[in-house]
Design a protein around this ligand. Structure first.
Ligand code: SAH
Ligand code: SF4
Length: 350
């Protein structure tokens, strides 16, 4: 299978590529239908203890650090609930401490109380201990967790992270396994267009998602951030942005054909390269969109990468833009539906 995937990733012929996208779209329609589900994205905090070489939030960067108040998060959650989003994602830099664990637990309870327990919550708070992940799961509200492996190739992983126990491939893998054991819907993903990344690496990433029986995937292009070691060192050998976009769309399409019932995100990073990037992803098989509903005043401080879109748009304006985008891609919006991964539901019923 890997060799076939590599061939597909190398396809240049426009007709053949569009055949791949059509096949992926058909697979999506046949297996999970035409709905795109919304997850309101709340960028909870940019405080991070890690130093990933590619990311603008890395601990060494001098940026204006913030954490939203519980009230700000709850207000964003209420916005999502009132507007029938049915799901939110709480994402942040990585912080590990007893008090942080408790803080998030309280936050989950508060969101729950203020939204009739009707929101499906995804957490994306980095690697945590099993006890912490269990505590959050036990609130009954955190049902999904996103932790990108970034690349399933250990050698490449080690090139894009510092070499210390804080940034360990094995730990990241072990955390994905823990999440599965704890009964979360498990999401992972990778960045596409990293220096040294080959088509073979990307094909192995897709096989990795299958082998790990992943429920949700978010894959996006790697986008440069000038204040990072990865950019400084390797800017001359990066793939052109357009190529990263094309590869990401192909990856989405191939993934949809091999894992027909998982959730696949049309990531915002795609739109940084092409204004229609997210629509293209939906047409290539993605079924999840994450409108940013974070307070506007902090958005410019959550720059994982540069040229991030939607920095100024208040949540309601952002909403109408997203809806137009989804409709123009020919899909419908799954209002009021959590849109849980059918892959997860099937494997937990059968
Ligand atoms: N701290 C958590 C969650 C926030 S970072 C974590 O790392 O898991 C969320 C994702 O942003 C990362 O998994 C990474 O894939 C992505 N990201 C970081 N820097 C990026 C960049 N320069 N270009 C594209 N994606 C990036
Ligand atoms: Fe921190 Fe996540 Fe960025 Fe790594 S990718 S520096 S863990 S926010």
């Amino acid at each position: 299978m890997k060799d076939e995937i590599i061939d597909l990733l190398r396809l240049e012929d426009k007709e053949k590529v569009s055949f791949l996208f059509d096949k992926a779209l058909k697979t999506k329609l046949d297996n999970i239908g035409n709905k795109v589900y919304l997850r309101g994205l709340i960028e909870y905090s940019n405080i991070c203890q890690k130093k990933c070489f590619y990311c603008g939030l890395r601990a060494e960067n001098k940026i204006n650090r913030y954490a939203l108040t519980n009230e700000e998060v709850v207000n964003a959650a209420i916005f999502a609930h009132k507007n029938n989003f049915a799901s939110i994602v709480i994402q942040a830099g990585e912080v590990k401490s007893h008090s942080y664990t408790k803080k998030i637990t309280r936050l989950l309870d508060e969101i729950n109380e203020n939204t009739n327990g009707e929101l499906g919550i995804t957490l994306s708070l980095g690697e945590q201990t099993k006890d912490t992940l269990k505590e959050w799961k036990d609130t009954g509200k955190a049902i999904r967790y996103l932790l990108r492996i970034e690349t399933s190739n250990q050698e490449l992983f080690n090139k894009i992270h510092p070499n210390d126990t804080f940034h360990s491939f094995d730990k990241r893998l072990a955390t994905l396994d823990m999440l599965k054991d704890l009964g979360y819907q498990v999401g992972t993903g990778i960045m596409i267009g990293l220096p040294f990344q080959t088509e073979e690496n990307l094909a192995s990433d897709l096989v990795f998602f299958m082998e790990k029986d992943i429920d949700m995937v978010g894959m996006g292009p790697y986008i440069e951030h000038k204040d990072t070691p990865l950019y400084r060192k390797y800017k001359k050998i990066l793939l052109p942005l357009q190529k990263r976009l094309e590869l990401t769309l192909k990856m989405i399409a191939i993934l949809r054909t091999i894992m027909p019932t998982i959730n696949i995100a049309a990531t915002t990073a795609l739109q940084t390269i092409d204004n229609k990037g997210r629509e293209m992803a939906i047409q290539a098989g993605a079924n999840i969109v994450m409108p940013n509903i974070s307070p506007v005043k902090h958005r410019k401080d959550y720059l994982l990468y540069e040229n991030k879109v939607c920095l100024q748009d208040e949540a309601d304006k952002c909403m109408s833009c997203i809806f137009n985008r989804i409709h123009s891609s020919g899909a419908e919006i799954g209002w009021g539906e959590q849109g849980n991964s059918l892959h997860f539901l099937h494997s937990n019923i059968l």
